[in-house]
Design a protein around this ligand. Structure first.
Ligand SMILES: [Zn+2]
Length: 110
């Protein structure tokens, strides 16, 4: 999603540069052409569709990333700490990483 947005923005940038280089850009038409305003605006919107879609995709990707970052980690902290520390998260007694319950206080470890 993010990559697609960046690719679309690059396509837009190339199209704008190429348009200026070849004097085929609707942006230059805006100043030189005697076309009716509405037709020219329609042309401009069509011209910038890659950028508009690219920005929408980038915004969606950024929103998804923010939501992922805000979400608390799915795994409960206790099971992770049991695996790494080898002690009960509740009473601190020594437990085996694959124990289902603490042998001292009986708290569920996994
Ligand atoms: Zn315990």
């Amino acid at each position: 999603m993010k990559k697609a947005g960046i690719v679309l923005l690059v396509i837009q940038a190339v199209a704008v540069i190429a348009g200026f280089a070849t004097h085929q850009s609707p942006i230059t038409d805006l100043f030189t052409s005697d076309e009716a305003g509405a037709a020219l605006i329609g042309k401009l919107i069509g011209y910038f569709i890659p950028a508009i879609v690219g920005i929408i995709l980038l915004r969606k990707a950024a929103k998804k990333e923010r939501e992922a970052a805000a979400e608390p980690s799915a795994a409960p902290a206790s099971s992770a700490s049991v695996a790494s520390s080898g002690v009960c998260p509740k009473c601190g007694a020594k437990v085996e990483p694959d124990d289902m319950f603490c042998v001292n206080c009986g708290v569920k470890l996994h």
